[in-house]
Design a protein around this ligand. Sequence first.
Ligand SMILES: NC(=O)c1ccc[n+]([C@@H]2O[C@H](COP(=O)([O-])OP(=O)(O)OC[C@H]3O[C@@H](n4cnc5c(N)ncnc54)[C@H](OP(=O)(O)O)[C@@H]3O)[C@@H](O)[C@H]2O)c1
Length: 319
Amino acid sequence: MSESTRRTTTVDGVPGSHLRVDGAPGPTKPRVTVIGLGRMGTPIAVAFLNAGYSVTVWNRTAERAEPLVARGAVVAATVADAVAASRLVIAPLLDHEAVRQALAPAVTALRGRTLVNLANTTPDQARELAAWAVGHGADHLDGAMMALPQTVATPSGFFLYSGSPDAFAAFRPELEVMAPAHYFGADPGAAEIHDLAVLGTGYAALAGFLHAAALLDSVGTGPDVFAPLAARWLHGMADFLPELAREAGSGAYAEGVSTVDLNRAAVSNLVDLSSTQGIAADVHAPLKALLDRRAADGHGQDSFSSLFELLRVRGSAAG
Ligand SMILES: NC(=O)c1ccc[n+]([C@@H]2O[C@H](COP(=O)([O-])OP(=O)(O)OC[C@H]3O[C@@H](n4cnc5c(N)ncnc54)[C@H](OP(=O)(O)O)[C@@H]3O)[C@@H](O)[C@H]2O)c1
């Protein structure tokens, strides 16, 4: 990047009252800083620019900022300048280690800022980072991005947050620029826990799809033919979730439309067919074991949702 295109920013402490680098009055929207311009950070910075925000960016590999400068972003010369530039500092970096390394030279500038960590971390790493940020005088939110680069700032993506309730309330309009924002309380680790829960739901479905694709491949139906059929079924399953949630939440399993016995027969057939076709039954064998256990406990006529009773930590929820 040439020096003529690289501009540093002035400090902007108060939303709506900052000056642009040239000293002219800025727009009413607060300046936002984005640290980390990878696959996620770049569309996030673009989303803020498109929404009319003044955006300061910083990236370890400076060249990655150039397309954003062309769209109106200001590149900070140092990460400390980037943090100092805005009250809201969004960090979609690679991982926990990257966040700590990237921000280490900016600890002094963190005071009075709100740091939104969007790197995928463990819940404990999120808590550690929050304590570190608070220790340096910053407010902290941990965010988990349930999105792909191309679904940032579209109705398909959504982000999960936890940490400072004041920060979430204060910057909610800015957070909503990136994706619909869902807040899960003051524990900084909560967003990552909910992230894993959502991912876990998807992984189980995707593993089921791949198993089924292998099964059908063994009878000559290709995955591309099967995919639309599976997608159609999954849409129906998604519509079924509120009913499962209602039953699991209340512990009322007697009226369910789909019983343990009924599903046990289907899953048993699936495992047997897999074995006949020479397909690994690894995906559904654990489900069959749970259904067998529930039936052996005398709950064969309960709803499928009653597997919740075998999976949850007893006594931790509704009783
Ligand atoms: N990509 C997705 O589809 C997706 C979806 C949801 C969530 N996520 C999560 O979002 C986060 C970012 O993912 P991404 O796909 O944007 O990753 P990426 O394209 O690999 O970008 C990583 C960013 O982190 C920076 N970085 C890495 N190590 C660093 C260090 N030690 N010091 C300073 N900067 C460092 C990189 O800088 P350089 O340019 O200098 O390398 C780059 O800006 C990850 O936690 C990922 O799990 C990703």
